[in-house]
Design a protein around this ligand. Sequence first.
Ligand code: SF4
Length: 452
Amino acid sequence: MAKLFPEILGIEAGQNSELANRIVDRVKAGNPQVVIKPYKSGGPTILNLPTQLPARDKEKVIWQHAKRALIIREKCKRKEHGYLRFLHVFVAVGDVVEEYQFTLSMENECPYSCQFCYIQGSLEKKPIPTIFTNLQDSGVLLREVKIALLAMHMHTQTHGLLHNIGWDQQKWVHWLMGVLNKSIPINLSDVPIQQLFDANKDEIKKYLSQSKNPRMKDIEANLDKFDFKDLKQKFKFNCGEINDALVFDHLTDNSKFLIELFSSETMKNDGAVLLFRTKSANFDNLKQLPPSENTRVSVTILPAIYVKGPPDYIGRLKGAEQLLKLGYQVSLNIDPIIFAADSMKTYKKIIDDIKVHFNVQSEKFHRITIGMLRFGSKNLDNNIRKRHIDLHGHANDHMTRIDGDEKYRYDSDKRIEIYKTLIDYAQAEMPGIEVELSTEPLPIWEAVGLTP
Ligand code: SF4
């Protein structure tokens, strides 16, 4: 599979970590013509944009050029994420069904060009793919994962689990992460979170009592009841939420680093699950590593509609099948489905190809996730409208936003009809297969006969 190398590499001042040096060496080896430039946040762009750029094309041209560049820089602490660097609670709101989980931001953006990509909304002003070079710094991510796990277990043991976490509770967990960040020493080894909690309970109590957030009183009141020993509850750490998890793995070896970090017995017992979500077939590192039962790979299988860059989906399927054989837990995503006159034919063909190229009977196969095109309202108005005129026209013609939903979607009757048709077809062709919906409200799950 063709591995991607940037045409322009922007390097922030002071980049000298092992990871930063590895990326620079490998980019130079993979593309000897690469142009290296200093990168400074807020400084002039590193992109070589045309000088005469009509206003109506500006956003689109910047987006296209950004995909061919790469920035390497350090990730800073985020006050709103409890002063952690790489982790925050993934949020879903309203009636949308979504597990409680963390986004692991090892990179921003992606070199592929999917016009519907939701990352255009969250990273509107930062379209250039970026790799954070302090991810593998000694002990940094380990400590953040422990803090995140402890905070989420404390939160859910206090407030229970709903069908999504919502904005309010996301903030409470971030606040609790901030309290734990102050209470827990900088240098940690991979000890069970129960041990971490017991050793630092007095400090945790002190900072909880000083907290200005009234919701921390709920946690404080529960302090003597927490139990982190026989944890059934698992929480995912998705390293492909605001990037593609593996597309730059040949530059970073981040998969090796993450699998080693997450595959200890302690991490498993603490309830950590590592998720790689990808539209690449960049599986070379994974194939060399022993799979761990708390590592999952989620491979997106879609036709090339409004998409440029990823390998042909048959190649991805074959790669996913190899991972399955090696013992990885794999799930497949058919998301987002884009409505067109021949949608059913197109997506049934994908199900046929899954049946041919992938062993759905393997005990390591997890499930198929299906979802339909949706847009955050700001992303549609600010970015899709300016960058992708055809797709914006499609959204205008076929999508609406109803009260209480943050997203533009196809009409619910149409979604239900398409989901039911595809679920029936998949279950008829591959009996026993588990199917779930992506980012859909509870009533849609119920209408198509699925239980979250
Ligand atoms: S592969 Fe995923 S992250 Fe990359 S552009 Fe496409 S949708 Fe966005």
